[in-house]
Structures are given as structure tokens and as C-alpha cells.
Design a protein around this ligand. Structure first.
Ligand code: GTP
Ligand code: MG
Length: 242
């Protein structure tokens, strides 16, 4: 069912590249750390270049169950959804799975606020398990997004701004000592970014602000600004592959 796995190593100091190569995966390495969002830009650009029709992103920290990939991909393949989110909240077992109470409460409050602001009913906007139809990655102005964790939240908001159909599936999640790297300060910056992104989208939908982040004038992965296109062709993205 899964045809192609792309590993983009974001200048890590461990053996990711060697192990992924041994497994015969397509490996690309950033020479310097580009951040969580910067890394996804590379992943999606490479997936488009390799001709992917459906792209699934999953955090590599074993928190999500990858056995749901075929189900999520099929929801896209059916033509009913353009985007599918694997939700930790939908199944009602997030706390049982070990999600820290403070994270759970923050997730619920931010989700309620965001649903209210943009008129949606998602169970959460913060999952690290997502599937996309090719056209979503082609059309969204993803080059306008943050290179940090806010990338994910901006991307869901863009999906709604562009009128893509977003579906959800419940996904059990595990929490353990190494599962979370974000500290309190970064979480606070992320939360502020989520609130600001919701307000920007609301104002954009009302026509009070013309946001490149949510409009057709924003830079897409297929048509980045010239300097970014050149950067994407730099050799650091081309070390490896089958
Ligand atoms: N490429 C890249 N990935 C990163 C970077 N920092 C974190 N990540 C990845 O981002 C994923 C999510 O980070 P976590 O710290 O687990 O945060 P989270 O999953 O949103 O939050 P939890 O629900 O608490 O786990 C992890 O799987 C990391 O591998 C980075 O600088 N570059
Ligand atoms: Mg995690």
C-alpha cells in the first residue's frame, strides 16, 4: 500500500541517514537544521517531485500508530476528502494514552477557540499525523508558512481558506519520556501563534485583510521565489536516494 518512503534528515547528529539508507529508503539530508516546518517544506516538495498522489506525514517519535496509514490514504483516494487528520482527541483516550493533563487542556482550549474563530468543528488542530491529496500540496501557499511548529496549524487553516474537505479519524497515541521535545516557553510561543493565525484567517475570510498566507498570491512549493528554488536544488538536499 505504501509505495515510497522519504526520510528528510534535518541535520541530526544520530545515525538516521545510515540506518535509513540501509533500509533502502529515499534519504535526503539538510546540512543545517531547517526546523520542523522547514523540514516539511522539503518533504512535500520532494514528494511532489517524486510524483506522489497521496502524502502521509507522521511524527517520527513512535507516538502515532502507522498501521492507520492505509485507512487515511483510502479516505483521500475515495475522493471524499482532500485532507485527513489522525486525531488523538476523537477516540477519547488521549489522557489514558499518557498525554499530560496540561497539554490536553491547552489543546482543548486552543481547538475550541480556533473552531469558533473559523467556524469549523475539528476535534484538534495539533496532531502530528496527517494525509494530503497531491493537489493540496500543489495549491497551498506553503512557502508562506513558518519554519517552526506553527507550520502545521497554518497549513490546516490554509486548507479551510482554500475550501479543501478535511476529514478526521481517531488515532490512539502513546506518551513516554522521549515523546515530547517542546518546552513550556516554545509551547507558549506556539499557542500565541495559533491564536494569531486564527485571527488572521477570520479577518481574511471577512475580507478585512488580504493575507498572502491564505490567498492565491502566496508562494507555493511548486513556484517558490527564485532564491528558494535555488536553495531547494542545493546539494544538501540531494545526498542519497535509491
Ligand atoms: N525536522 C525537524 N523535526 C523536528 C524538529 N524539532 C522537533 N521535530 C520533530 O517534531 C516532532 C514533534 O515534536 P514533539 O516534541 O514530539 O512535539 P509534539 O508531538 O507536537 O507534542 P507532544 O504531543 O507533546 O509529543 C518530533 O517527532 C520531532 O522529531 C526540528 O528542528 N526539525
Ligand atoms: Mg511528540
Amino acid at each position: 500500500m505504501v509505495d515510497d518512503i522519504i526520510v528528510v534528515d534535518d541535520a541530526s547528529s544520530d545515525d538516521t541517514v545510515a540506518i535509513a539508507r540501509r533500509m533502502g529508503l529515499h534519504v535526503y539530508r539538510h546540512e543545517r537544521n531547517k526546523g520542523y516546518g522547514g523540514n516539511q517544506k522539503s518533504c512535500y516538495r520532494l514528494a511532489l517531485e517524486r510524483g506522489a498522489d497521496i502524502v502521509v506525514m507522521v511524527h517520527p517519535d513512535y507516538q502515532y500508530d502507522s498501521r492507520l496509514v492505509p485507512a487515511m490514504a483510502y479516505m483521500i483516494h475515495s475522493g471524499i476528502y482532500d485532507v485527513v487528520l489522525g486525531s488523538r482527541i476523537l477516540g477519547g483516550k488521549a489522557l489514558q494514552g499518557g498525554m499530560p493533563r496540561v497539554k490536553y487542556i491547552a489543546n482543548r482550549i486552543l481547538t475550541a477557540f480556533q473552531n469558533l474563530m473559523i467556524g469549523q468543528k475539528l476535534s484538534e488542530y495539533h496532531t502530528g499525523y496527517r494525509a494530503f491529496a497531491r493537489r493540496v500540496l500543489e495549491e497551498l501557499p506553503l512557502e508562506e508558512n513558518s519554519d517552526d511548529f506553527l507550520f502545521d496549524n497554518q497549513m490546516i487553516c490554509q486548507c479551510f481558506a482554500f475550501g479543501f474537505n478535511v476529514g478526521e479519524i481517531s488515532c490512539p497515541t502513546r506518551y513516554f519520556t522521549e515523546a515530547s521535545s517542546i518546552n513550556m516557553a516554545r509551547s507558549a510561543v506556539y499557542a500565541a501563534g495559533v491564536v494569531w493565525t486564527s485571527i488572521r484567517l477570520r479577518l481574511h475570510l471577512w475580507g478585512w485583510r488580504d493575507e498572502r498566507l491564505f490567498g492565491r498570491s502566496g508562494r507555493t512549493l511548486a513556484h517558490p521565489a527564485k532564491n528558494e528554488l535555488e536553495a531547494s536544488r542545493m546539494p544538501d538536499l540531494r545526498q542519497g536516494g535509491r
